[in-house]
Design a protein around this ligand. Structure first.
Ligand code: NAI
Length: 306
């Protein structure tokens, strides 16, 4: 069986003081990586700061014989966190964008602050850390990045409009970076995890949480963070010991003569075809998307080369 090892690699895990990130950090160190354990040590809804949170995970790793250092900056200051990894370990190979907070509220009660806090930490935080790590990964011709999305982003969830938007934004960021990073061996994948943590302790029953250990998400993240993984731009649902890959599905097209106009009534006639997904396919790139429209419209639809 192929062994998944991280020897000689430097991993940065954001929000690694609790929950999923803590589990990743410990597992990475156990597989040979040097780990920068980042955590602001704040409150679940944002705000606050406690450097002992990251340090406690470092202490656990070191006492188990691993190598780790603590960093207490916010992901909003991503450059400082990456610099800290470079200062401690001289390079950065793996970045797990994991830090997160929640500000749930029904949309009609959601304040601008609820929206902004979520976007600052999740989407902008991941942007800041990734932007700082990116040139180092490109230059060394090696990088593994994991973004943390959520089922709330993929499917929507009541009371989480802010979080859903930011989480699917992270998937969009990952998809563009997967394309830009591929030629430099910088691979970018996304997970939508489910696990017991302080973010889920109030929304799921105790007996369910008991089964959903963070350690049941970690093996996927280990694999995506390793040299063994050669895939990029993929999205996975993971939790409770299950791992599944998600992709887009496009229904068979309902097509009209592009040289004339068509009416909503004509479209309505074919509405059930769109809803049925009979004869569907799975576009994976913008080129796949354009190909269908171009074919029906009788034009060569493609992006100008970059
Ligand atoms: P958690 O609350 O146990 O861990 C998140 C950590 O991020 C905390 O230790 C917190 O101090 C840290 N953090 C918060 N803001 C930070 C900042 N600005 N800078 C640095 N660190 C910061 O939560 P959990 O569940 O382990 O969440 C990890 C990630 O997984 C989050 O992105 C969350 O949105 C995502 N997620 C979790 C799910 C679950 O079922 N637990 C479901 C879907 C997504």
């Amino acid at each position: 069986m192929t062994q998944v090892r991280l020897d000689g690699r430097v991993a940065l895990v954001t929000g690694a003081g609790n929950g999923l990130g803590r589990s990743y950090a410990k597992a990475f160190a156990a597989r040979g990586a040097k780990v920068l354990v980042n955590d602001l040590g704040g409150l679940a809804q944002g705000g606050g700061r406690d450097p002992s949170v990251a340090q406690a995970v470092v202490d656990e790793i070191v006492s188990a014989g691993g190598q780790a250092a603590a960093n207490g900056d916010s992901v909003e200051d991503g450059g400082k966190i990456v610099q800290s990894a470079l200062d401690h370990f001289g390079r950065i190979d793996i970045l797990i964008n994991n830090a997160g907070v929640l500000r749930d509220a029904a949309f009609h009660k959601m304040t601008e602050d609820d929206w902004n806090v979520i976007h600052r930490v999740h989407l902008n935080g991941a942007f800041q850390v990734t932007r700082a790590a990116w040139p180092h990964m490109r230059a060394q011709g090696y990088g593994r990045i994991v973004m943390t999305a959520s089922g709330a982003g993929v499917y929507g969830n009541f009371g989480q409009a802010n979080y859903s938007a930011a989480k699917l934004g992270l998937f969009g960021l990952a998809q563009a970076l997967a394309i830009e990073g591929r030629s430099k061996n910088v691979l970018v994948n996304t997970i939508a995890p489910v696990a017991a943590s302080r973010l889920t302790q109030t929304v799921l029953p105790k007996e369910v949480l008991a089964v959903l250990k963070p350690e049941l998400v970690t093996p996927l993240v280990l694999l995506l963070a390793s040299e063994t993984c050669q895939d990029t731009g993929q999205l996975f649902e993971v939790g409770g010991g299950c791992v599944a890959r998600l992709r887009w599905e496009r229904s068979a097209a309902v097509a009209f003569d592009p040289t004339t106009e068509f009416t909503p009534e004509q479209l309505l006639e074919d509405w059930s075809t769109l809803q049925s997904f009979e004869g569907s396919d799975h576009p994976a790139t913008v080129a796949d998307s354009f190909a269908l429209i171009g074919r029906h419209a009788g034009v060569k639809l493609q992006l100008a080369p970059q």
